[in-house]
Design a protein around this ligand. Structure first.
Ligand code: ADP
Ligand code: 5GP
Length: 192
């Protein structure tokens, strides 16, 4: 490769039905691959216990989010489980232009929009072993009310129907196995 040609960053997208273990896997990935930057989304959802402003999400008000949509500040956005979520256009553009690899943890609608804007993106779908296991994980996590869990389970079925559009599908049954599979997929796209 011509050494004067600047390498562009690689864009990884991970989606999964809520409760599958995506956050757990993304955290492990970010710990192990220090060269990958996490795209911190904007959301109107309230922070869960332990979530940090600017690290897990940029928690914003509905009017502020709508202003960002209006001003074209988001490369993609979606309403997921009754809250707005969106990805900063400036962060993506700046990272890729400067050769930084990035990870987006976004839903199936967002992934479809990113695929259109960046066809070279590597998209990974994480599947739960079963709907029963998903329900159990959501209940055990203890962060959502029963009616929220019911909405998330309903949405999971529609989300899983979109898995064929992803470059890779990984089942998170045993966490260690899923982690190893995810790491080897990501490693296969990075330069030695
Ligand atoms: P998501 O980000 O997909 O909503 P989380 O990472 O918050 O999911 O995981 C949901 C719950 O399931 C958490 O309590 C997490 O510790 C647990 N979990 C994650 N992966 C596994 C796994 N392979 N087996 C059992 N429990 C898991
Ligand atoms: P949670 O509320 O559990 O953190 O996230 C709910 C869903 O919103 C998850 O599927 C997560 O991947 C998705 N999500 C988080 N950030 C974004 C984003 O910026 N854009 C889109 N489209 N979805 C997002």
């Amino acid at each position: 490769m011509d050494r004067n040609v600047k390498r562009k960053g690689r864009l990884f997208v991970i989606s999964a039905p809520s409760g599958t273990g995506k956050t757990t896997l993304c955290r492990l990935l970010m710990d192990a691959f220090k060269g990958i930057s996490y795209s911190v989304s904007h959301t109107t959802r309230k922070p869960r216990e332990g979530e940090v402003q600017g690290k897990d999400y940029h928690f914003v008000s509905i009017p502020d989010f709508e202003r960002m949509i209006h001003d074209g500040g988001l490369v993609e956005w979606a309403k997921v489980h009754d809250n707005y979520y969106g990805t900063s256009l400036a962060f993506i553009t700046d990272s890729l232009e400067n050769g930084r690899d990035i990870l987006l943890d976004i839903d199936v609608q967002g992934a479809a929009n990113i695929r259109t804007a960046y066809p070279e993106a590597v998209t990974i779908f994480i599947m739960p072993p079963s709907l029963d296991a998903l329900k159990e994980r959501l209940e055990k996590r203890g962060t959502d009310r029963p009616e929220v869990i019911a909405t998330r389970l309903g949405n999971a079925v529609t989300e899983m129907a979109r898995k064929e559009f992803y470059t890779h599908v990984i089942v998170n049954d045993c966490l260690e196995t899923a982690k190893n599979e995810l790491f080897s997929v990501v490693r296969s796209y990075l330069e030695p």
